[in-house]
Design a protein around this ligand. Sequence first.
Ligand code: UT7
Length: 321
Amino acid sequence: MGHYIPDHVLSNADLEKMVDTNDEWIRTRTGIRERRILKDPDKATAFMAVEAAREALQSANIEAADVDAIIVATVTPDYLFPATAALVQKRLGAENAFGFDLSAACSGFLYALSTGTMMVESGRYEKVLVIGADTMSSITDYTDRATCILFGDAAGAVLLEPTGDETGIIDFVNHTDGDLDCHLYQRAGGSLHPASEETVKNRDHCVYQDGRVVFKKATEGMADVSLEIMNKHNLNGDDVAWLVPHQANKRIIDATARRMGLSDEKVMINIDKYGNTTAATIPLCLYDWKDQLQYGDKLVLSAFGGGYTWGAVYMTWSLNR
Ligand code: UT7
């Protein structure tokens, strides 16, 4: 595993000076204390993805030239095309890998992890880099107090390989429901509303979210999908060592853990330090907890995000034997 978090800290106190908000509101409604922002104008998602991937390869003792494929989950690619994965491939020196981006907002990492798992399981590929990376500050409206307090920038990467035993990624369930009014999206910049003076003036290139509607959907969806995969494998709260949840709001995570029958100490939470980093939240959690994870630990990873997209992965830990 590898990660990258930018040095610049944007605290709740800093946001108090920018919009009509306060530390107490942000902490109690979201659990966030601070988030990281990538300040260098010459750097973006591909930069963070490469840093995270380099660390992952180093920790696995693998040369970049041995990587077969690179999947970058992101909604903030450096360019609409070429894919961020292509930039990462070149900068890493992964000359034998092909790569592509995957767009599924906050569920992006889990969709990418499922995709990479199937590529390894098929026997066709042996080393697949799965990266979740987002520069959310590039699409955040820092005049909108309802959204600008939520997001941060970061990247996390994992290298998937065959485990050779019964541990590893055992199963996943993914869902999509696009047949809904859009309550979470970036209005402009795509082919329907390309950039124009009007779209820039209206800040339509920033995240739009109806927080209340999404909160309800996310609370139901993340708990439902976590229980779905637990029931499928006859797991109860005692069996699960860790919940690795997408970090959108601490209240959503707490509600999911309650419905799974998990006590607080089995839940990975780092939203206080990083905010919502979209595709990076889950690999950042795995990274932060890597020394506590034991071989054989049963993990449930789950996420909910724009689309709507949601999903869960059930795995047993293969490292730290
Ligand atoms: O990651 C992908 C999926 N995304 C999510 O899962 C996010 C889901 N949504 C949320 O996490 C929450 O809805 C938010 C954190 C965005 C908002 O929390 P909430 O408890 O749903 O608050 P609200 O939108 O119902 O607003 C409550 C009040 C409103 O004032 P009134 O109408 O009650 O007078 C807002 O105007 O809080 C006000 N408010 C704020 N006050 C201080 C909204 N934003 C702020 C703010 N500071 N930053």
